[in-house]
Design a protein around this ligand. Structure first.
Ligand code: FAD
Length: 320
């Protein structure tokens, strides 16, 4: 078997799974990671009360022990991927989704209007990674927008950061929430109050700081493209006094990465031109991709499968 040289961008579950299987097969692997630690969202997104750092290290340690070369503090862009593709046999793009969709309503820019990933990162830097001396401290009332697993994590971390009242506002009802029933029950057990059929339309502020969020009361109509009943405005409004509004309405790709325009993308997601199982080939033949950056926000299991399938594809090529 030929020994190949592979560059992996992103040390989340997709990149780590690929690295482990490639190293096991005897290839040489460099992992370029923006942060100064490995683990991806498992480390800086999901709080320790759900996934402990020791569990994250079970994906990282084997890669270290097998001789994987981590190059930390490297925030790479498309021009770098293309340069690496000349130097390595394969480049694997596994850098996840690093931005949060904006609420896009008036007042979104007020102090106290936060985004889920930045909030969780600050929380985990102190609570899980010991990289900051203090986690975000909140007071008064925090309102989370969204009802996915990210919103539930943010709400539970808001409680642990000192918020006296924590609300989830969601434009559909409980049955339509994208998080699991258990995730919502755990948030509620922590004291989080869910307000369903409630859709923020304006963040209200005083002296530049959030003081309230105005929401439209919704009802449910016919199913939309997602198959879920669509939220329909009633024209009636309610206002929730609050100190923070935290957007958790979905992670999206960082469009700024694409500074050349040679690798085909679709709204910032990497576009696959071919696939071998869950190994996705990009428009540049030796650049592959996997995990959330090509599949959209999915799960750790999906990312792991992508990484493993990429390693399998490379091994097949090395043996051909
Ligand atoms: C708050 C939260 C809770 C979640 N809870 C669960 C759960 O309970 N169960 C579950 O299965 N899934 C959960 N998920 C989803 C899961 O974490 C992701 O699907 C998974 O981490 C995606 O893996 P990935 O390898 O594609 O990317 P990521 O985990 O996002 O890793 C990407 C890595 O690339 C790095 N990177 C980004 N940009 C660059 C760049 N330009 N240059 C270099 N490096 C870069 C990042 O720092 C990161 O380390 C959750 C997600 C979030 C946000």
């Amino acid at each position: 078997m030929k020994k190949l040289k592979i560059a992996i961008i992103g040390a989340g579950p997709a990149g780590l799974a690929a690295a482990k299987d490639l190293l096991t097969a005897g290839h040489s692997v460099d992992i370029y990671e923006r942060e100064n630690f490995a683990g991806g969202v498992m480390a800086f997104g999901i709080p320790a009360f759900r996934i402990k750092m020791e569990a994250v290290m079970r994906s990282v340690t084997p890669v270290q022990e097998l001789g994987g070369n981590f190059i930390f503090g490297k925030d790479l862009k498309e021009s770098d991927f293309l340069n690496l593709a000349k130097e390595y046999d394969y480049v694997y793009l596994a850098f996840g989704l690093t931005k949060v969709r904006h609420l896009g309503i008036p007042g979104d820019d007020l102090e106290g209007s936060l985004n889920a990933l930045e909030f969780l990162r600050d929380f985990n830097f102190e609570d899980k990674l010991n990289l900051l001396n203090s986690k975000p401290s909140l007071h008064g009332t925090a309102v989370m927008v969204g009802a996915g697993n990210v919103a539930m994590d943010v709400a539970r971390c808001a409680v642990r950061s000192g918020a006296e009242r924590t609300y989830i506002v969601y434009r559909r009802d409980r049955a339509e929430a994208p998080c699991t029933p258990r995730e919502m029950e755990e948030a509620e057990a922590d004291g989080v109050v869910c307000k369903f059929l409630t859709n923020p339309v304006e963040i209200i502020g005083e002296n530049g700081h959030v003081t309230a969020v105005k929401c439209e009361i919704m009802t449910l109509g016919e199913p939309d493209a997602s198959g879920r009943k669509s939220p329909v405005g009633t024209g009636e409004y309610t206002t929730i006094a609050c100190d923070y509004v935290i957007s958790a309405i979905g992670q999206i790709p960082d469009q700024a990465v694409w500074n050349v325009g040679e690798i085909a993308t679709d709204h910032g997601y990497v576009k696959a031109v071919a696939n071998y199982g869950e190994a996705f080939q990009t428009s540049v033949s030796n650049i592959f991709t996997g995990g959330d950056v090509v599949k959209g926000a999915k799960t750790i299991g999906v990312a792991l499968k992508c990484g493993k399938d990429f390693a399998k594809y490379v091994n097949e090529q090395a043996n051909a």
